[in-house]
Ligand binder design. Structure first.
Ligand SMILES: [Zn+2]
Ligand SMILES: [Zn+2]
Length: 274
């Protein structure tokens, strides 16, 4: 099976809200023909990658939906990748990484990096012979075959009162299409963006009974269900949920919307492959 998706983090921006299994903040790993793409990079994601048997040093593509702290512990991940080259045995294959993020957020990253590394004299790559990364600004409409046969297509989503530059990702391969909404409120355009996904990973950060449109920009389980049902989605994962509502109640909310496909209230370690 050339295509695999692993849930590294299906949790939220806090811990201790759920009595269920421990869930880390967001991260999803896609493996395609032995190459890796990481969608979102929360703190802790590097441990989950290791737990799943992968070397963080070998992740060459990192795509962020947006840079809220629960999705973008990027300096820590990049530092870990550099240190993995310095001390790893065996050394990782990849000495380079590309980081894809919204163009409106890319501008500010240098300041964040310099805040962490004032000793580097303003250089992003202060040990270029060991490890190099670059930031690639992306936007809705941009697309690239980031792994041979796998195309990354970002689309704009409504989040942070519509003021936070935020993306979802459509990942297309000849075998299947995977869509990850990132943090997203429900909008007309979202139905088009997720159309006919074989797997939809949807933000269900809003509690049952509290669904809204506009507002902050998250979905409740019923909205995820409506989105999946009307867009021809085959399998739906609810993620980024607080864990206060019972999984069975969340599932019922989805089913009420007429979604009959496979459904998972995602927990860390959940896998899908084709
Ligand atoms: Zn967010
Ligand atoms: Zn979030």
């Amino acid at each position: 099976m050339p295509l695999k998706v692993i849930a590294l983090g299906t949790g939220i921006c806090s811990n201790g809200c759920s009595t269920g299994p421990r869930r880390f903040p967001p991260g999803f790993l896609i493996e395609y023909n032995n190459e890796l793409l990481l969608l979102d990079a929360a703190e802790g994601v590097r441990y989950r990658i290791e737990d799943e048997g992968y070397d963080i040093g070998n992740i060459a593509n990192i795509a962020l939906t947006h840079v809220h702290p629960d999705h973008a512990a990027l300096p820590q991940l990049l530092q870990a990748k550099l240190c993995r080259v310095l001390w790893g045995d065996p050394k990782p294959k990849m000495r380079q990484a590309k980081v894809y993020m919204h163009e409106a957020s890319a501008d500010g990253f240098e300041a964040v990096w310099n805040w962490h590394h004032p000793e580097a004299g303003g250089k992003l790559n202060h040990m270029p012979d060991k490890f190099q990364f670059s930031v690639e600004p992306i936007r809705s409409g941009w697309e690239r075959e980031v792994i041979p046969g796998l195309t990354l297509k970002p689309f704009g989503v409504y989040h942070g009162f519509g003021q936070h530059p935020a993306l979802g990702f459509r990942v297309e391969t000849p075998e299947a299409t995977i869509v990850y909404t990132g943090d997203a409120g429900i909008t007309d355009s979202l139905f088009t963006s997720v159309a006919n996904a074989d797997l939809l990973i949807a933000d269900a950060s809003t509690r049952i009974g509290q669904s809204y449109t506009a507002g902050y920009g998250h979905m409740a389980p019923d909205q995820c269900g409506m989105l999946a049902a009307r867009s021809g989605v085959k399998e739906l994962w609810l993620t980024h949920y607080m864990g206060i509502d019972e999984p069975a109640a969340m599932e019922a909310e989805v089913r009420k919307q007429g979604f009959n496909g496979a459904l998972k209230i995602a927990t860390d370690g959940l896998q899908w492959s084709k």
